[in-house]
Design a protein around this ligand. Structure first.
Ligand code: NAP
Ligand code: 3JM
Length: 350
């Protein structure tokens, strides 16, 4: 690669569903990359990824690989982050981590730029990217909180298989072919790859994403609950979540109920506020059957909101539908956006 002005950027998990989108997003946003360093497991070392018309060789992710790296975007699972993120920081890199490994650590900012950009400035080398389902919800919640105050949030999700990685995408394709051909359908990955019990996802709905906790909630649900409070700096906010995996490939959808503080809140005011909010596109017109769907959100950077209604029993209650590309705003784009803000605000140096 020719010498360019910019940063030495490592992408850890470069062959994965998120890692590939990270490389694509760095390219599309023309992020100031001097050298791209794609890292993955030993299995992928020597293979290549395309970046700006060139084939760049993938290397094995190990501590030494981070020598000279300025910025490292991690998305290779929690155990890889726990093993290597501090090694990268020790060698001078700033890490944007896409896994749940450090999100709730007190000294690690958990950031969605539209909500808490300033938290990035407090980083000690690692900045955490929230869970995909949390990100799109808080982008819609923040303008509502600012305008009306927020007391309670109840969310049910409708999540795409790509959120569980490339193997889950292949599983849905294979099961769909087998189902339609009248062959036996086998399940090996979902709902959770590491668990013993699996259910088919094709033509099904699975009310389990990630592993069960002792309180009966899944880890994905607890991520939404705890991460929302941390990002919004609202430990007192009441949040409940039910997370469901559905058989489509890209974008997560969410049905959200909010209870606000201000009893003068209205659907019209909420539409006005959301139509002007950073990172939100309002697609809400029942008269013309206009609302976002997972297919229409695919490839878009923004969070799409529709179906805003006032609760019929509680005038401080509102319902809405929020959809976003889980691999972009839910993962790769939010990480690259954090990286852009690190550069813009001169926060890349420690
Ligand atoms: P994926 O498609 O299964 O890809 C996994 C990636 O990790 C591959 O590049 C794989 O490389 C790499 N990897 C696996 N073991 C490794 C090792 N020991 N050392 C180095 N690299 C290793 O999964 P994905 O959907 O891209 O997700 C990856 C991770 O990102 C998830 O586990 C999760 O923590 C995080 N994630 C976050 C969000 C979010 O909400 N922000 C969304 C999705 C995922 P090989 O090809 O060489 O195996
Ligand atoms: C999204 O470490 C792992 O097994 C990764 C599990 C995982 C996570 C996570 O907990 O980091 C898969 C898909 C996420 C996430 O963003 O929370």
């Amino acid at each position: 690669m020719g010498l360019q002005k910019g940063y030495r950027v490592a992408v850890v998990g470069a062959t994965g569903a998120v890692g590939q989108k990270m490389i694509e997003t760095l390219e599309k946003r023309d992020f100031p990359v001097q050298t791209l360093l794609p890292l993955a497991s030993k299995r992928s070392a020597g293979k290549t990824v395309s970046y700006k018309g060139e084939e760049v060789i993938i290397q094995e992710a190990n501590p030494e690989a981070f020598e000279g790296v300025d910025l490292a975007l991690f998305s290779a699972g929690g155990s890889v982050s726990r093993q290597l993120a501090h090694e990268a920081v020790k060698r001078g890199a700033v890490v944007v981590d896409n896994t749940s490994a450090f999100r709730m650590d007190a000294d690690v900012p958990l950031v969605v730029p539209e909500v808490n950009e300033q938290d990035i400035s407090k980083h000690n080398g690692i900045i955490a990217n929230p869970n995909c389902s949390t990100i799109q919800m808080v982008v819609a919640l923040e303008p509502i909180r600012k305008a009306f105050g927020l007391k309670r949030v109840i969310v049910s999700t409708y999540q795409a298989v790509s959120g569980a990685g490339t193997q889950a995408v292949e599983e849905l394709k294979q099961q769909t072919r087998d189902f339609l051909n009248g062959n036996e359908v086998t399940a090996q990955i979902l709902p959770v790859k590491s668990d013993e019990k699996h259910y088919p996802i094709a033509f099904n709905a699975l009310p389990q994403i990630d592993v069960f906790q002792d309180n009966g909630y899944t880890f994905e649900e607890m991520k939404m609950i705890n991460e929302t409070k941390k990002i919004m700096h609202m430990p007192e906010l009441k949040v409940a979540a039910t997370c469901v995996r559905l058989p489509f490939f890209t974008s997560h959808a969410e049905s959200v109920y909010v209870e606000v503080e201000d009893d003068t809140a209205s659907v019209d005011k909420m539409k006005e506020i959301l139509s002007e909010a950073e990172g939100v596109v309002l697609e809400d017109d029942p008269a013309s059957q206009t609302y976002p769907t997972p297919l229409s959100a695919e490839g878009k950077l923004d969070v799409l909101v529709g179906r805003i209604r006032q609760d019929l029993d509680d005038k401080k209650g509102f319902h809405f539908w929020v959809v976003s590309d889980n691999l972009l705003k839910g993962a790769a784009w939010n990480s690259v956006q954090i990286a852009e803000r690190l550069v813009k605000n001169n926060w890349l140096t420690r």
